[in-house]
Design a protein around this ligand. Structure first.
Ligand code: PGA
Length: 262
């Protein structure tokens, strides 16, 4: 049975290291309880060292750490940027790349995403690539959304050859922009249709053997079951709900109990 994946994206939260450690302890416990779910947490950079130290002290913890971004150069005169080897040394196994909030607020382009993704993978840092269409596109229908996301994928993955799938290789998260942080989830059938579409592109254009596509956008413990019951949806990228005490644990629990349709 293929494991489902639950990744917490804490974004610019929580405000203190003490709260980060508390949240992380709860996530470690949830990961320990959730059978058949690979659980990961992506905290702000500044908490990585402390949290990976907590992981080292719990060698049996079944949890991975990731970062929320990475730069496209290993080192050099790039003020504030952090390269993949630095992140690996801090305990990150993968990086989220191309999140819609970075594309929006930091004006990250597909060309930048492509450079980041290539260096990270070459360096042994896994990648969770985020793609998704804005509301103005989705209003035109799902065909328009496919067009938009297809073009994003072709640009973001340009030049990539036979990448590995999974958390140590490459995973794609389908996150419609209008659903991120709005409380307005995509409906599971449409998310499934988009996942199938993305998986087909990954197989046909980029030679992925068994691509993994996650759904993200206002997922919580009430809605998660509707997505992960589909075999084409490999799990979820969870933002806001991963910061609420107990809620991320409920989500991982529901994923582990999901009745996946054959
Ligand atoms: P959300 O965020 O769950 O708060 O919508 C998801 C994400 O941005 O990855």
């Amino acid at each position: 049975m293929i494991k489902k994946i639950a990744i917490a994206n804490w974004k610019e939260n929580p405000g203190t290291e003490t709260r980060a450690a508390r949240l992380f302890r709860a996530a470690m416990a949830a990961a320990g309880r959730a059978k058949n779910v690979a659980v990961a947490v992506c905290p702000p950079f500044v908490y990585l060292e402390r949290l990976s130290e907590m992981l080292r002290r719990q060698p049996k913890a079944r949890l991975a750490l990731g970062s929320q971004d990475v730069f496209w150069e290993e080192k050099g005169p790039y003020t504030s940027e952090i390269g993949p080897a630095m992140l690996r040394r801090l305990g990150a196994r993968f990086a989220i790349i191309g999140h819609s909030e970075r594309r929006r607020w930091l004006h990250e382009t597909d060309a930048m995403v492509n450079k980041k993704l290539k260096l990270a993978l070459a360096d042994g840092l896994g990648v969770v690539l985020c793609v998704g269409e804005p509301a103005s596109v989705r209003r035109k229908g799902i065909a328009a959304a496919k067009n938009y996301v297809g073009s994003q994928l072709r640009k973001d993955l340009s030049g990539l050859r036979k990448p590995k799938s999974g958390i140590r290789g490459l995973i794609v998260a389908y996150e419609p922009i209008w659903a991120v942080g709005t409380g307005n989830c995509d409906n599971p059938e449409d998310a499934r249709e988009m996942s199938i579409f993305i998986r087909n592109i990954l197989k046909s254009k980029f030679s992925f053997a068994d691509p993994v596509v996650l759904y993200g956008g206002s997922v919580d413990s009430d809605s998660i079951g509707g997505y992960v019951k589909y075999k084409e949806i490999g799990g979820a990228l969870v933002g806001g709900a991963s910061l609420k005490s107990g809620e991320f644990g409920k989500i991982t629990n529901k994923i582990s109990k999901a009745n996946v349709q054959p």
